[in-house]
Write a new protein. Structure first.
Length: 67
């Protein structure tokens, strides 16, 4: 079974005030700071006319038994 591509990990340097604002916003919207940054990036890209499709997430749990 082919695995979907993993998310790209990279270091992001942020001004501490920007990071604090992202964390507050994330807490208000019940998201992690990482998910909030991704959401903000998607919104900014869409505003500029670039629509990025959401990648298919891997299924969770134990795979079904094959007959």
């Amino acid at each position: 079974m082919a695995k979907p591509p993993a998310k790209k990990a990279f270091a992001l340097r942020l001004d501490p005030a920007v990071h604090a604002a992202v964390e507050r916003l994330a807490a208000d919207e019940l998201r992690s700071a990482n998910a909030q940054i991704e959401m903000l990036l998607r919104e900014a890209l869409k505003k500029r006319g670039i629509d990025v499709a959401i990648s298919k997430q891997p299924k969770r749990g134990r795979p079904k038994k094959e007959d």
